[in-house]
Design a protein around this ligand. Structure first.
Ligand SMILES: Nc1ncnc2c1ncn2[C@@H]1O[C@H](COP(=O)(O)OP(=O)(O)OP(=O)(O)O)[C@@H](O)[C@H]1O
Length: 250
């Protein structure tokens, strides 16, 4: 099951450049929360703070609290935090020299050791949940680079799911995909929320409207407004949100 994620008073900088200012946001369990906003508004930085990827950037700093359920993510071991809060990126990035099977198995092997009797079962399970199993079950030993871009992205989702996360962060997960592959990812997101909490960054407002239960609007490193997706798109409280969702800028 997914767990709720909460950001409390989160600020983040790259060196002296402060890019996120006191953001607080609740991301309820088993909901899809979309983060929208114009380029450079801090959306990616925000989700990279949620799973502690931000701290891997030289000279990057952050302050504030991130809670997964009632656990402080910044008091966990960073590797554990990134297993519990998985992530997929805009550009599908399977390990090109590894097979389809190895891509999904590798995280489990790093965590639990090389030879696990349950490895095949776990790989199958993750590929089934990512809606990829039926397309790859007879070619698990083939290189992941033989898959289409949409399949590669679902492989990356399976790779994250193999570690049984509670949360899946998705940073523009369909931005380089064709419309059909995008639709498959959106359908998958809708299915995944029964098991995981999902946070998706998207610059595509129609996509946020289609997939998200809740939406937060970011501008210049601030979280301007958040609410149910319907509220945010139809009756925004802030003029800047209204201007953005009606396409006046961005
Ligand atoms: N590795 C980095 N080093 C220095 N500055 C960075 C780095 N990554 C992002 N920034 C800066 O932080 C600010 C926020 O960027 P971020 O990528 O979080 O915004 P975004 O809303 O996700 O943008 P986009 O929609 O273009 O991906 C921008 O000013 C960006 O230039």
């Amino acid at each position: 099951m997914g767990e709720a994620l909460a950001a409390i008073d989160l600020s983040a900088s790259f060196g002296t450049h402060k890019v996120l200012h006191h953001v607080s946001l609740q991301m309820p369990a088993n909901c899809v929360t979309a983060i929208i906003g114009p380029p450079g508004s801090g959306k990616s930085t925000f989700i990279r703070c949620l799973n502690r990827l931000h701290e891997t950037v030289p000279r990057a700093t952050m302050s504030g609290t991130v809670l997964l359920g009632d656990e402080d993510v910044y008091r966990m071991d960073a590797i554990t935090a990134r297993q519990k809060i998985g992530m997929v990126f805009a550009q599908p990035n399977p390990f090109p020299t590894m097979s389809i099977f190895e891509n999904v198995a590798m995280g489990i092997q790093l965590r639990d050791g090389k030879r696990q009797t349950y490895l095949s079962e776990e790989v199958e399970r993750a590929l089934v949940i990512a809606n990829l199993w039926s397309e790859v079950k007879d070619r698990l030993k083939e290189s992941s680079s033989k898959l289409s871009a949409g399949q590669q992205q679902r492989l990356c989702i399976a790779r994250a799911l193999a570690l049984q996360p509670a949360v899946l962060l998705m940073d523009e997960p369909a931005s380089v995909l064709d419309p059909f592959s995008t639709l498959r990812i959106e359908e998958l997101i809708d299915e995944l929320k029964d098991r995981y909490t999902i946070v998706i960054v998207t610059h595509n407002l129609q996509q946020a409207a289609r997939v998200a239960d809740r939406t937060a609007f970011f501008l210049a490193g601030e979280m301007i407004e958040q609410g149910t997706t319907t509220e945010l798109f139809t009756t925004p409280n802030d003029k800047r949100t209204e201007d953005y969702v009606t396409g006046r800028f961005g």
